[in-house]
Write a protein that binds this ligand. Structure first.
Ligand SMILES: Nc1ncnc2c1ncn2[C@@H]1O[C@H](COP(=O)(O)OP(=O)(O)OP(=O)(O)O)[C@@H](O)[C@H]1O
Ligand SMILES: [Mg+2]
Length: 357
């Protein structure tokens, strides 16, 4: 079977909802597309998306810990350790000995959902990964930087080509720092889903995102050649295009009843300016976006009502469609969920889902 597409949920700003969106998107994709396998690769050492998928709350945390503490961890760290230790060109290990079928730990999610679990040991391991990427090329053919950066891409290809059940969709959750493991995740993605908040720092982060992916013009005389952007170009590694920008937690600033758009004016202007000068940074649409309004319509999705219902569902590792109205126990407190809010939340998520092809 084959890979349909790989998406990284990324913004180099922290706390914008990457892991929450990764969880809901993956759970709903798996639910609504039973003929597809969905793989989440958790490339963030905080492993938040893994915790949500594996049951949420303390259950999810305990499940993640049990995978991380195995002698050969059934996690991204286990996989990277084995592949890097074996060296470039060695046969790859069976990917499914590192991937977990989510339903084995969390019966609330469907059996076509898989996880390469996040692992806090990725943090102490990061210098070893960077060291392997920076190793001198001992033969003209060897390209350590390229080999290391394509490790997760290789895992995705291996799984999607060799597991004969269904086609695969891949969601990569990322860390906000542009560390080596974030570079690996970005290098494995065909497309980017970029969550933003409606504040000013989201506009600043948006500018930083283009510099990280494509470099600064003109490049800095010293650091310019060290950047991921320059090295990716040198090593012929494609950089993913922005597919959709998700305005998350909008009601935090505007109030539930206020008219709103997915992007603040400042963020929309910044993105539209980048689109006008470099349309190739974005996935193509049938028609060019001539105005910032067209651009917002074509490239942004609001998750306005992704509030209490979405947060409680994630905390319980539960699909939104399984949430009825009523009271739920979260951190020892009773939280009331209104079923109309759940429906709004599902509708908001469906708009994002419709863009994932
Ligand atoms: N739409 C939303 N409405 C309300 N709360 C939200 C929403 N999205 C995320 N949150 C909350 O905001 C916090 C940060 O979300 P999340 O962990 O998904 O962000 P992140 O971008 O993955 O963070 P990090 O950069 O640390 O990885 C969490 O407590 C989450 O429950
Ligand atoms: Mg996160």
């Amino acid at each position: 079977m084959s890979l349909i597409r790989s998406y990284a949920v990324w913004n180099n700003k922290g706390g914008v909802g990457k892991s929450t969106i990764s969880f809901h998107l993956a759970a709903r994709l798996a639910e609504t597309r039973p003929n597809v396998n969905v793989l989440v690769i958790d490339a963030c050492p905080q492993a938040n998306a893994s915790m949500l998928l594996l049951g949420g709350g303390t259950t999810g945390e305990a499940n993640v810990l049990s995978l991380c503490t195995q002698a050969s961890p059934r996690t991204i760290v286990g996989y990277l350790s084995q592949v890097i230790a074996a060296g470039a060109g060695a046969a790859l290990p069976d990917p499914m000995s590192f991937v977990t079928q989510v339903a084995q730990h969390n019966a609330k999610l469907t059996d076509n959902l898989f996880l390469l679990c996040g692992d806090g040991n990725m943090e102490p391991m990061a210098p070893a990964i960077s060291g392997a990427a920076a190793a001198p090329a001992l033969t003209p053919q060897s390209q350590p930087w390229r080999w290391i950066h394509l490790i997760l891409r290789g895992l995705i290809d291996n799984i999607s080509q060799n597991i004969p059940t269904r086609d695969w969709l891949v969601i990569l959750d990322t860390n906000p720092s542009f560390s080596i493991y974030t570079e690996l995740a970005i290098s494995a993605a065909d497309r980017l889903i970029v969550p933003v908040n409606a504040d000013d720092s989201s506009r600043v982060a948006t500018n930083a995102m283009f510099i990280l992916l494509h470099g600064q013009t003109p490049p800095h005389p010293v650091y310019g050649s060290w950047t991921f952007a320059t090295r990716a170009q040198t090593h012929n590694i494609g950089v993913p295009q922005i597919h959709v920008v998700v305005g998350n937690r909008l009601t935090q600033y505007e109030g539930a009843a206020t008219a709103f758009s997915a992007l603040s004016d400042a963020t929309a202007d910044t993105l539209f300016a980048a689109y006008q000068s470099h349309p190739q940074y974005f996935t193509p649409r049938p028609a060019t976006s001539a105005t910032v309004t067209d651009f917002r319509d074509n490239y942004s999705v609001p998750l306005r009502d992704f509030n209490t219902a979405g947060v409680v569902a994630a905390h319980l590792g539960q699909r939104l469609s399984q949430m009825g109205g009523g009271y739920y126990q979260v951190h020892g407190q009773q939280v009331q969920i209104n079923s109309a809010r759940v429906t709004e939340c599902i509708n908001a998520l469906n708009a994002l889902l419709a863009m994932v092809d």
